[in-house]
Design a protein around this ligand. Structure first.
Ligand SMILES: [Zn+2]
Length: 117
């Protein structure tokens, strides 16, 4: 991930009964935590604890770059060549974390305007 670019984060929040997940895009972890806190502050929801996980750069996300192993959830964006230009949408590989042989294909809609550029 390139410094200073917009990163997409996954926010996972829990209370005693429910786990909710949402996503935010922000330029830093600090801003993502702030946005995340607002997005999970549901009246009477009491989601006081949440985790903020970086997923990928916003452009890599929009362009369908493979960012995670579908089995173990490890971030493999860099192994897939996330340098901000070449996006890997389809690949057959062995995950270096969980050793699973996986095939991933991410379809990107034709109309996918990149608002950053
Ligand atoms: Zn894995």
């Amino acid at each position: 991930m390139v410094r200073g670019q917009t990163i997409r984060y996954r926010i996972v929040a829990q209370n005693d009964d429910v786990t909710i997940t949402t996503e935010v895009a922000a330029s830093s972890m600090e801003k993502a935590v702030d946005l995340g806190g607002k997005s999970v502050s549901i009246e009477k929801g009491n989601y006081s604890h949440f985790v903020t996980l970086p997923i990928a750069s916003e452009s890599a996300y929009k362009n369908g770059h493979i960012s995670f192993c579908p089995r173990c959830g490890s971030n493999i964006a860099e192994e897939m060549g996330d340098d901000g230009d070449d996006y890997m949408n389809e690949s057959s590989f062995t995950c270096t974390e969980c050793d699973a042989e996986v095939y991933v294909s991410i379809e990107v809609p034709e109309e996918s305007p990149d608002e950053e550029e």
